[in-house]
Design a protein around this ligand. Structure first.
Ligand SMILES: O=C(O)[C@H](O)[C@@H](O)[C@H](O)[C@H](O)COP(=O)(O)O
Length: 290
């Protein structure tokens, strides 16, 4: 099958390779000319036979929106746009509605797998109409892992990105749990080989997981993580997960705590804790650190 793929960074570039290895014809576009197969989107569209399928794999927000708007001006009735970036699920319904009068179909796909997806395959969560999902199945089959799992048609427009958002909320919570356990082990007077304990959990234990394998890998590379700062960014999905938990009145303690902990990681000193120290001094005359 033919596919136009826009955005050939860490994710898109590897996806192009995996799709080509499975025998698909991929025409890729990237602003970096060294990676790109074509000079611009118009040329990408020209190279594809109708009905065209074009997958965007660019950063969520304005870049995705602008790319899809430009594509909408170039594509024809019956063509399909797939957004595989980490877009917010609330963008998808309105986007599908805007494309509908032109006869352009739309799918949102949550893609998980990071830089390992090229060999392990990508978990795919898809939102959109069943017959359009069916049409794109060969592409999904090539990208997903080889086994039984790794693909879901999650529901209507937005469901794919919604599923990926919750996936990432869980990802934050799991990483936080491993991080906190690691710190307690480090603080313990009893345990002298923390990396060995982490390694021991990789097989047979209740907490074994791919994330744990990656923690072990990181500790193999740098046994005390001395080359890293405890500073963690986020790109939105954990925040949106907590927004949803609040909207739906669902208790989500772990997920909320893990996004707040990331915010905390970016502070040199905490204004909130300064206020707490000041108050404690005010009412009780307790000592403060300067
Ligand atoms: O499942 C995945 O492959 C990852 O979740 C991937 O999508 C990406 O690494 C995260 O979006 C990072 O998210 P944060 O920047 O919010 O940590």
């Amino acid at each position: 099958m033919q596919l136009g793929l826009i955005g050939l960074g860490r994710m898109g570039g590897n996806m192009r390779e995996r799709l080509r290895a499975a025998g698909h014809e991929v025409v890729g576009f990237d602003h970096n000319a060294d990676k790109s197969d074509v000079a611009n989107l118009a040329e990408l569209v020209e190279k594809l036979a109708a009905p065209r399928v074009v997958w965007t794999m660019v950063p969520a927000g304005k870049i995705t929106e602008d790319t899809i708007n430009e594509l909408a001006g170039l594509l024809s009735e019956g063509d399909i746009i797939i957004d595989g970036g980490n877009s917010k699920f609330t963008d998808d319904g309105p986007r599908a509605e805007r494309l509908k009068p032109k006869g352009i179909h739309y799918l949102d796909v949550g893609v998980s797998g990071g830089v390992w997806g090229i060999t392990n395959g990508y978990a795919l969560m898809v939102g959109g109409e069943a017959e359009i999902v069916e049409h794109c199945k060969p592409i999904f089959e090539a990208l997903k892992p080889a086994g039984e799992f790794g693909f879901a048609h999650a529901g209507t427009h937005g469901a794919g990105h919604y599923a990926k958002m919750i996936h990432n909320g869980i990802e934050y919570g799991m990483m936080q749990a491993y991080g906190e356990g690691y710190e307690i082990l480090l603080a313990s007077e009893l345990v002298h080989d923390v990396p060995a304990v982490i390694k021991s959990w990789r097989e047979g234990s209740v907490v074994k997981s791919w994330l744990l394998d990656l923690l072990d890998r990181a500790l193999d590379e740098d046994p005390t993580l001395a080359n890293l700062k405890g500073y963690v960014e986020d790109t939105g999905e954990g925040r949106w997960t907590v927004d949803e938990a609040v909207r739906l009145a669902v208790p989500a303690h772990v997920l909320a705590a893990s996004i707040f902990t990331r915010f905390e990681s970016r502070q040199d000193d905490s204004p909130a804790m300064k206020a707490v120290a000041a108050l404690r001094q005010q009412f009780g005359g307790h000592a403060v650190k300067r």
